[in-house]
Design a protein around this ligand. Structure first.
Ligand SMILES: Nc1nc2c(ncn2[C@@H]2O[C@H](COP(=O)(O)OP(=O)(O)OP(=O)(O)O)[C@@H](O)[C@H]2O)c(=O)[nH]1
Ligand SMILES: [Mg+2]
Length: 427
């Protein structure tokens, strides 16, 4: 009986976090090394483990063979024993050799930031697409590191770094992994074709698409829930959202937009994950406006904003107009708010209390108007189909039935402007 209880009890892993602080400053991240480790602690916590120690080594650069210097490794080894820890998590992505060597020298399970993030994603993916994308990212990561990973994975058969999406435990056999990657890639292709079709249908109606983007935990899902009945899980946890949700939202002038909520960003977002999630992230490319949600109460908000802009650039979204939305203004917020020089509008809101939301929607409306221009056209009565199309797509300002046809004044986007061009009349 006692054994049974022991077996069903979930053992919380105890881990020690380590980071290298290059003497030239932390080039890879704008955040301080302490802030990076605090974030890693949150990630580890979200993955279900407990942080029982943190070690920072100041070095010229990361040791190419074993990440930390030899002396520091001895220190960490003693700390692992003293704290009865079951593993060590490094703040950077380790090379296969670093992983293998460090594991041997420390004689304990070694993980890196990427494995922890992949693990969280594995536990969070809900949709079929999300699960495929996470598994794909995990398998690619594993395949590149199989040599270094064998020991710890067979020794510990559980805990961080071993979870697969759903209930599945990940396999570590090279041939199996390759076959599975090919299979997942095929599934993903099919989903992408379907998505393309949906996107085409959406585009035809001409409803503007507004995408929520931002650092993880900024409040994107809370905002879409506030505006719609989307019911997206919003939690004080990193990466609460992995799947994309799109909902209609009415603007103050009565017109509609499609608002999209998706996965948040984080510094050092694993390369394999960005690749695997490209299809999801590319949704942002088709947006007319990006609403960049910032947690204004976070002491690292400026660095987080920079990470978001970097990620957007790497996704090829740098041309899409951005409205910066400073969220959580109901909390104590340090003023002045950071400038970013890139956005074309700034708003201050609280997604929880509703403060500033109306103004934000008006801001979207105003920006959308600048994409459109008003035209006056005289459509002959033979162009009934075009008239119907314009009605479905554009905001009509005035309409008058004359002897020659319908005299129309409307706000039009580029495509509508082109189709109405032959019938345009001078004001
Ligand atoms: N005080 C306050 N808390 C907020 C506000 N907006 C969001 N939060 C809290 O911040 C936490 C994260 O919110 P989410 O909406 O899940 O954040 P997200 O940007 O969707 O995060 P990911 O899905 O992880 O990328 C939750 O605990 C929210 O309740 C706000 O305006 N004020
Ligand atoms: Mg979310």
């Amino acid at each position: 009986m006692a054994k049974e209880i022991h077996e069903t009890e979930e053992i919380r892993e105890r881990v020690i976090l380590v980071a290298v602080e290059p003497e030239t400053g932390n080039a890879k991240s704008a955040m301080t090394t302490e802030a990076c480790l605090d974030e890693l602690e949150e990630l580890v916590e979200t993955a279900g483990a407990q942080t029982v120690g943190k070690v920072i080594q100041k070095r010229e650069k990361v040791h190419p063979g074993h990440y930390l210097g030899k002396g520091k490794i001895e220190e960490v080894k003693m700390l692992v024993r003293a704290m009865d820890a079951s593993g060590v998590v490094c703040d950077d992505e380790l090379s296969p050799a670093q992983l293998k060597n460090l594991e041997q020298m420390l004689d304990t399970k070694v993980m890196d930031r990427t494995m922890v993030i992949l693990d969280i994603f594995a536990g969070r993916a809900i949709s079929g697409e999300g699960k495929i994308q996470v598994e794909l990212a995990q398998l690619k990561y594993r395949l590149s590191r199989l040599a270094g990973m064998g020991a710890s994975m067979s020794r510990l058969g559980g805990g961080i770094g071993t979870r697969g999406p759903g209930e599945k435990k990940l396999e570590t056999d090279r041939r199996y992994i390759k076959e599975r990657i090919a299979e997942l890639n095929r599934d993903l292709k099919e989903i992408e074709v379907h998505r393309e079709l949906l996107r085409g249908q959406r585009g035809k109606k001409g409803t503007p698409v507004v995408s929520l983007v931002g650092y993880t935990n900024a409040g994107k899902s809370t905002l879409i829930n506030r505006l719609t009945d989307a019911g997206v899980l919003a939690e004080d946890k990193l990466f609460a959202t992995l799947d994309t949700t799109t909902r209609k939202v009415k603007l103050p002038n009565g017109s509609e937009i499609l608002l999209t909520d998706t996965v948040g960003f984080i510094q050092k977002l694993p390369h394999h994950l960005i690749q695997a999630f490209r299809a999801t992230l590319e949704e942002m490319k088709y947006a007319d406006i990006l609403l960049h949600v910032v947690d204004a109460s976070n002491p690292n908000r400026k660095e987080q904003m920079d990470v978001v802009y970097d990620t957007l650039r790497s996704l090829g979204c740098e041309k899409t107009p951005v409205i910066t939305v400073f969220n959580k203004m109901d909390r104590e917020v340090e003023l002045p708010l950071p400038l970013d020089g890139i956005c074309c509008g700034r708003q201050q809101i609280s997604a929880v209390t509703g403060m500033g939301i109306e103004e934000m929607l008006s801001g979207i409306e105003t920006l959308l108007k600048t994409f459109r221009r008003s035209v006056k056209a005289l459509l002959p009565y033979t162009e009934g189909a075009l008239l119907g199309w314009v009605h479905g797509r554009c905001e009509i300002l005035s309409e008058e039935h004359t002897a020659e046809g319908v005299l129309l004044e409307a706000y039009v986007d580029e495509e509508a402007a082109n189709r109405l061009e032959p019938y345009c009349v001078q004001e």
